[in-house]
Design a protein around this ligand. Structure first.
Ligand SMILES: Nc1ncnc2c1ncn2[C@@H]1O[C@H](COP(=O)(O)OP(=O)(O)OP(=O)(O)O)[C@@H](O)[C@H]1O
Ligand SMILES: [Mg+2]
Length: 278
């Protein structure tokens, strides 16, 4: 039986979404700097007839695949939003209006209203920042190892909280808020830090920058919901907690999707299905 596949080739990861022989949605991932693996995967799946392709590395992947298969290109943001709508419904969220924050290598932020959407912002702080800073500061570059350490770490000795500044006084805002990420280091004598704590604090910085920006954009667009997606969130309990906590504190509703890394690939797959009118 012939079939289709959706591929989202991003700055760091290339995600594949396809229906297996039992017509179940199957998801798989390869590093984007090893694109030959995608070619090899396709050679082992000759039943794939057409590829829905999206993501910033599309041209590079086209070069690797040559004219192996028929390719239907879809702009990344279109694909992502199609995938998000599909996953929201599949995972039981009745959300029609929302900010969508995609924490990929960098972070891209969109506003979705029904079937329309627009890009409303972004930041270079994202999953690539996590890997980059972690590598430079601790020598650990493996995403799974970073997550495990960060989960066990503590931010208290490195981040400066509002209450640390306003000692013995009433604080003008919640004293437990971060006044300065990593800010305690510059005003104390301590010079040796545990790897776990450094990694937890790094994820704290990234999560707080991204959620702060997302909340401001949600306020500008008068929406309560913020759907956070991107592979940086995959099984990343500490980062999710940072984002969830701050978003709720600011009276917005954070939504996390189980298949958070695959919106683009799923959207590219759905796009071919729509074109083939299935
Ligand atoms: N297996 C993995 N290997 C490396 N990084 C991973 C892995 N799984 C998750 N990550 C994290 O996810 C991030 C990439 O997320 P994602 O796949 O959503 O981005 P991308 O699509 O490659 O990039 P962009 O959309 O910005 O072009 C990495 O920077 C890293 O923090
Ligand atoms: Mg991406």
């Amino acid at each position: 039986m012939s079939t289709w596949i959706g591929i989202d080739t991003g700055g760091t990861l290339t995600k594949l979404a396809y229906l297996n022989e039992h017509q179940e949605l199957t998801l798989t991932v390869f590093p984007s700097n090893e694109m030959h693996l995608v070619k090899e995967w396709l050679e082992k799946h000759p039943q794939v007839e057409e590829i829905g392709l999206t993501g910033g590395r599309t041209e590079q992947l086209r070069d690797v695949l040559k004219t192996m298969k028929s390719i239907e290109y879809i702009v990344e943001f279109e694909a992502t939003l199609k995938g998000v709508r599909y996953l929201l419904e599949k995972e039981g969220h009745a959300i029609n209006q929302s900010i969508i924050t995609n924490i990929g290598t960098g972070t891209s932020i969109h506003y979705m209203d029904g079937n329309t959407h627009k890009r409303v912002g972004g930041t270079g702080v994202g999953g690539g920042t996590l890997i980059g800073l972690s590598t430079i500061m601790t020598g650990i570059s493996d995403f799974d190892v970073i997550k495990t350490h960060a989960f066990q770490g503590d931010r208290e000795g490195i981040d400066l909280l509002v209450k640390d500044i306003y000692q013995g006084m009433d604080t003008p805002i919640d004293g437990n808020l971060t006044a300065s990420n990593f800010g305690k280091v510059g005003i104390t004598e301590k010079r040796k830090f545990m790897q776990n704590d450094v990694l937890a604090t790094t994820q704290g910085l990234i999560g707080e920058v991204i959620s702060t920006l997302s909340i401001q954009l949600a306020e500008q667009h008068h929406t309560e919901n913020i759907v956070y997606i991107g592979s940086t969130l995959i099984d990343n309990d500490q980062l999710i907690k940072v984002i969830e906590h701050y978003t709720i504190l600011k009276k917005h509703k954070p939504v996390f999707l189980k298949d958070c890394g695959f919106s683009g690939a799923i959207g590219a797959l759905l796009n071919i299905r729509e074109h083939n009118k299935i």
